[in-house]
Design a protein around this ligand. Structure first.
Ligand code: ADP
Ligand code: MG
Length: 770
């Protein structure tokens, strides 16, 4: 049989007897088949039509008749023991009727060395192998459990210094990574064959004492003797180690209740045995049936304790012990049926490999130390200063910033490379500089394209016109012309604030200032209530969030999960790059839409000013008329105002209405543009979030590789290859940046320029989401 072949090995062992019933039990010469012939019962002639089956054939892995204990061990158990030493769990079970030879097979005779059973031989083999396998260190622990009437008994509890655990305190438990184990069962370290045998005999003795003192029959309990092995390589200093369990199980007698005619205590025992063995059978049937995904292991202590030792990743072998006498043929048949069901279980043996985190850390620390020494040695050879390993200080970062600025201005010819962390910081600063320059260029181009003045000039245009209608006699008419009263504020102060925050977007973020969203809230809260004509769009425009800096934050649901400042910055940087690369088309359309929106708003502003001017004239004329009335009224007679004044007022009102209608049209256009801008922004953000999520879940190794490549390029004092399609490079780099919270970028100028808008006047279409 192949080692770890993936099937349960099933053997039949026939107890030697002088009365071997050859006509009932037929062992074929192939050594693997046993046929049971059943003579027809002549006392039951009542069912002539019922065809009674008279023979059964069982083909197993081996039929062990008149074989020595040594041969049994070699054929049945050896490969399982060797597998356990390699890290595979192994289980050897003896099943059968009481007196059929289970204990003889498993433990053997304690008096005769030659007739020792599987357990002492397995112990011997384990320690011989431990001696031989010098490249590994082994730890061997031992436990001996008895399950009697569904109660767990520690057969080695007598060796514990602490008080004996009560049987109730022992439970079958399961833990991820550890598998099934008995909580409360004593585990004894053993260092030699002798120590282990001492424990085996101690356990056997406790089993016998228990049989007498507690009036329990040893053949009516299940016994699980377990060797727990752990091996670590001596040669490889890695953190891997393997563990395994070798379970040697002597099951209780499988005779049926009816046959034994038990009473009282015996009856109770037989009930429990029948229950556990029939659940064992059920578990085995479920294991053998590949369509079933649930195996009822937890129904009894026995099946639960053997959960990871029956099938699964375990090497499992069953010895079915039978009598050779004809009188036992019913039980023999039943035992063989159980054995043939067991044969159907497929196993998938696997090594139980583990990682020791403490050893892993130790090893990595050692590796790092060695590499530092290598580096230092290399630097000494070429007379280079030693490499600093600590993160750059604020002063060093400031110096790098100043170097980059001077380098870009031309006052510094070259920047000498000192360390990888310095190169990273340099790239980050360059990236920032390129980004800012690009942004300025795009803004300038858009302003030029749409004939918009400089942003600063807008600050000089009065945005709010006061309009006090209290003195007017035309309240009703004039009141109905009001454009808006509710969103008012002092324009210059707000604009100044907005401009300031626009000028220093990253700085405000770094210093932990309030986010644009919170700024928006606080700004609106501090607005004075003025009775004025104010276009709502103007205010919106003033508070129009800076897409460059705000959009990644906006993507947080309801703004309830603010990023940590550093991570915000990193995500914002990732967003910048997304807009330059994958999201460039959407971003371009967004910018174009925003530009059109700005233009319409500018127009709206002009018209609002005009409408306000007309309104002022209306107020003025109305005031003059009122004055006229009052003056005349004071002289004792009422007089109608001059016709010219009335005509003028009428004309002004007509003009007001006409301008107001145009204003409304523009307003509708603004709303439409705003809708497009919002839609674009939402689309851009959602695409970015998808992209960001996707690339922030990349395995560490990929990130490491990508970073290594970047560093290689940096070490060579070269910029990375300039390619407009280097998306994957950037994706990988940003994932690394996000993870390490490091601000370091190498961006190609082409990518930057690809983000600039084309500047069309027509409202661009929003592309469908792919
Ligand atoms: P079980 O544990 O199945 O109840 P035992 O192993 O206690 O049965 O065996 C009952 C008796 O039969 C013991 O005295 C044992 O020595 C003997 N016996 C069982 N099998 C053999 C065998 N293969 N060779 C010699 N004696 C055996
Ligand atoms: Mg026994």
């Amino acid at each position: 049989m192949k080692a770890h072949s993936g099937e349960v090995g099933v053997f039949v062992r026939i107890r030697p007897t002088a009365n071997f019933s050859q006509d009932i039990i037929e062992c074929l010469p192939d050594g693997q088949t046993v046929n049971i012939h059943h003579k027809k019962d002549t006392r039951k002639p009542l069912c002539p039509r019922k065809i009674q089956r008279s023979s059964w054939s069982f083909r197993l892995e081996g039929v062990l008749q008149d074989v020595s204990q040594e041969e049994v061990y070699t054929r049945v158990c050896r490969r399982v023991v060797l597998g356990a030493l390699d890290g595979y769990n192994g289980t050897v079970l003896c099943f059968g009727q009481t007196g059929a030879g289970k204990t003889y097979t498993m433990t053997g005779s304690t008096e005769s060395y030659k007739q020792r059973g599987v357990i002492p031989r397995a112990i011997q083999e384990v320690f011989q192998e431990v001696q031989k396998r010098t490249e590994h260190t082994f730890s061997v622990y031992l436990s001996y459990l008895e399950i009697y009437n569904e109660t767990l008994v520690d057969l080695l509890a007598s060796l514990q210094s602490s008080a004996l655990p009560s049987p109730r305190s022992m439970v079958v438990s399961e833990e991820p990574g550890r598998g099934v184990f008995i909580r409360g069962l004593s585990l004894h370290p053993v260092h030699s064959e002798e120590e282990a045998l001492n424990l085996l005999f101690e356990g056997e003795m406790n089993r016998v004492i228990g049989s007498h003192a507690l009036n329990r029959n040893s053949s009516r309990s299940h016994c699980i003797f377990t060797l727990h092995l752990e091996s670590r390589s001596r040669t490889l200093s890695d953190a891997k180690y393997v563990t395994s369990k070798l379970n040697l199980v002597d099951l209780a007698g499988s005779e049926r209740l009816g046959k034994t005619g038990s009473e009282g205590q015996m009856f109770k025992e037989a009930m429990y045995i029948n229950k556990s063995l029939s659940f064992l059978e059920q578990a085995i049937l479920a294991l053998a049936d590949r369509r079933r995904d649930h195996v009822p292991f937890r129904q009894t202590k026995l099946t639960h304790a053997l959960k990871d030792s029956l099938g699964g990743n375990c090497n499992t072998v069953l010895v079915a012990n039978i009598y050779g006498e004809a009188s036992q043929k019913e039980e023999t048949l039943s035992t063989l049926r159980f054995a043939s069901r067991m044969k159907c279980i497929r196993t998938n043996p696997a090594v139980n490999e583990h990682m020791d985190p403490a050893a892993q850390i130790k090893k990595l620390k050692k590796d790092v130390q060695m590499l530092k020494e290598e580096l230092s040695f290399g630097n000494t050879l070429v007379n280079r200063p030693s490499v600093p390993y600590d993160p750059l200080s604020q002063a060093q970062l400031a110096e790098i910033d100043s170097q980059v600025q001077r380098y870009l201005e031309g006052s510094l010819k070259e920047i000498s490379i000192i360390s990888v962390s310095q190169v990273r910081a340099l790239f980050a600063k360059f990236k920032l500089a390129v980004h800012r320059g690009q942004e300025k260029k795009v803004n300038a181009r858009l302003r030029q394209t749409y004939n918009l003045g400089e942003e600063d000039q807008r600050a000089d245009t009065p945005a709010v016109k006061e309009w006090d209608t209290r003195g007017s006699t035309e309240e009703d008419e004039a009141g109905s012309f009001e454009v808006s009263h509710k969103n008012t504020q002092h324009p210059s102060s707000t604009r100044a604030k907005t401009k300031k925050s626009k000028d220093k977007p990253s700085q405000s973020k770094r210093q932990g200032e309030e986010s644009p969203l919170s700024k928006k809230r606080s700004d609106s809260a501090s607005k004075p209530k003025l009775n004025s004509v104010q276009s709502p769009e103007r205010e919106q425009e003033l508070q129009e969030p800076d897409t460059e800096s705000q959009e990644p934050q906006e993507s947080q649901p309801n703004g309830k999960e603010p990023f940590h400042p550093d991570s915000t910055l990193t995500k914002a940087e990732a967003f910048d790059d997304f807009k330059m690369g994958r999201g460039s088309k959407l971003n371009r359309i967004l910018q174009e839409n925003k530009a059109v929106l700005l233009e319409r708003r500018s127009l709206h502003r002009q018209l609002t000013d005009e409408v306000n001017a007309v309104k002022r004239e209306i107020d003025c004329t109305a005031a003059t008329m009122q004055q006229y009335r009052e003056t005349r009224g004071g002289q004792g007679r009422y007089s109608e105002p001059d016709d010219t004044l009335l005509n003028q007022l009428r004309e002004l009102k007509a003009l007001y209405r006409q301008r107001y209608e145009v204003l409304n049209d523009i307003k509708a256009e603004i709303n439409y543009c705003q809708h497009l801008v919002d839609q674009c922004r939402v689309r851009l953000l959602s695409e970015f979030e998808k992209w960001y999520k996707k690339y922030s879940l990349v395995p560490e190794e990929d990130l490491e590789t990508s970073m290594d490549n970047t560093l290689d390029q940096c070490d060579d004092n070269q910029l990375p290859p300039e390619s407009s399609s280097s998306e994957s490079f950037h994706n990988a780099r940003y994932r690394m940046l996000r993870r390490r919270n490091t601000r370091s970028l190498c961006v190609t100028p082409e990518q930057r320029s690809s983000s600039s808008g084309s500047g069309q006047r027509t409202l661009p279409q929003i592309p469908p989401v792919s």
